[in-house]
Design a protein around this ligand. Structure first.
Ligand code: IPM
Ligand code: MN
Length: 355
């Protein structure tokens, strides 16, 4: 029996509610399969922990996490702790510290999911975003200069390395080649005359290594427009950290909303644990009401199953989510229903059992 050791950081706000449902689904896949099991260890890190201890995670937090096969994360951030602390000192530390340089985010309109776009078929929205997740605009370097003077200035450095660009682009091309899809690079070389000119240059080089893969290059502003006007032109998409952040929220908006937006932070070499987390935040406004949708965190759990090589179960979990959406009930308020988070998790489990 294979045992997967999972570190759970349910985190803040709706994090614990939605993660509980994902854990339920993961345990059910293990039970139904019989050849693997999960061992979950819960870490109380997040904003509450910060308010008590002055830090977002234990001092040796990264050492503790390093021993696990994966991290399952809910959400971080809550009023009372500045966002740049709650996120930089937990989420971003983990992404960077464990070299989770691939942020893999499906933007796929599932059967039964609502779409606000006109004249778009469900199959037209089926993209996979490969967001660079370790550097770029999120490098965290910069300074405040001339503070308190009229010339006060903030400098935020974007750091784009050859290694960082090459590896994320190769990841996108390998995936595209495997799945027979095109790759679209999204950048902004016309305005960002160092970072994005560099990105485009490296994209041209890496494309040449994959002559069998169809490629496209778009400026980020045009890409945002096309995602709404003509989403079917996107298949595998590779882009920088910030652009990927923004465009995947747009992706969520056209494919059922934030309650259905899943993500995985991968260290493909498996030197460090990868982290699976829904794209949505802690949603303090609805926290504790039990009305958050757990579908995004359940979908992220399906990505974890894929990563462990259980793609069959990953697919079944997605099909179970679809089956619940197609039934149209139970659904949480974001999808027009009145059901509780827990009922959705139970419904997905029921579908899984009858699959
Ligand atoms: C995301 C989030 C984070 C990001 C924030 C919370 C730092 O928006 O995962 O998309 O920008 O990466
Ligand atoms: Mn985001």
């Amino acid at each position: 029996m294979t045992e997967y050791k999972i570190a759970v950081i349910a985190g803040d706000g709706i994090g614990p509610e939605v993660i509980a449902e994902g854990v339920k689904v993961l345990n059910k896949t293990a039970e139904l399969d019989g050849s693997f099991r999960f061992d979950f260890t819960y870490f109380p890190w997040g904003c509450e922990y910060y308010l008590k201890n002055g830090r977002m995670m234990a001092e040796d937090g990264m050492e503790q996490l390093a021993k696990f096969d994966a991290i399952y994360m809910g959400a971080a951030g809550f009023p009372g702790v500045p966002d740049h602390i709650s996120l930089r000192d937990l989420l971003l530390v983990i992404r960077k510290g464990f070299d989770q340089y691939v942020n893999l985010r499906p933007v796929k309109l599932l059967k039964g999911a609502p779409c606000p776009l006109k004249d778009v078929k469900r199959e037209d929205i089926d993209m996979i975003f490969i967001r660079e997740n370790s550097e770029g605009e999120y490098a965290g370097d910069g300074s405040f200069e001339k503070v308190g003077t009229p010339e006060e200035t903030a400098i935020q450095k974007g750091i784009f390395t050859r290694k960082g660009c090459e590896r994320i682009m190769r990841y996108a091309f390998e995936l595209a080649r495997k799945e027979g899809k095109s790759v679209t690079s999204i950048s902004k070389g016309n305005a960002l005359n160092y970072s994005m000119v560099f990105w485009d240059k490296i994209f041209a080089e890496i494309s040449a290594e994959y002559p069998d893969v169809e490629t496209h290059s778009l400026l980020v502003d045009a890409a945002a427009m096309f995602m709404v006007k003509d989403p079917k032109r996107f298949q595998v998409v590779v882009t920088s950290n910030l652009f990927g952040d923004i465009l995947t929220d747009l992706g969520a908006a056209i494919s059922g909303g934030m309650g259905l937006a899943a993500g995985a932070n991968l260290n493909p070499e498996r030197k460090f644990p990868s982290m699976f987390e829904p794209i949505h935040g802690s949603a303090p406004d609805i926290a504790g009401k039990g009305i958050a949708s757990p579908l995004a965190s359940i979908w992220s759990a399906a990505q974890m199953l894929d990563f462990f090589g259980h793609e069959d179960w990953g697919r079944k979990v997605i099909s179970s989510i679809e089956a619940v959406l197609v039934d149209g009930a139970p659904l949480t308020p974001d999808l027009g229903g009145a059901a509780h988070c827990e009922e959705i998790g139970n419904a997905v489990v029921q579908k899984l059992v009858s699959m």
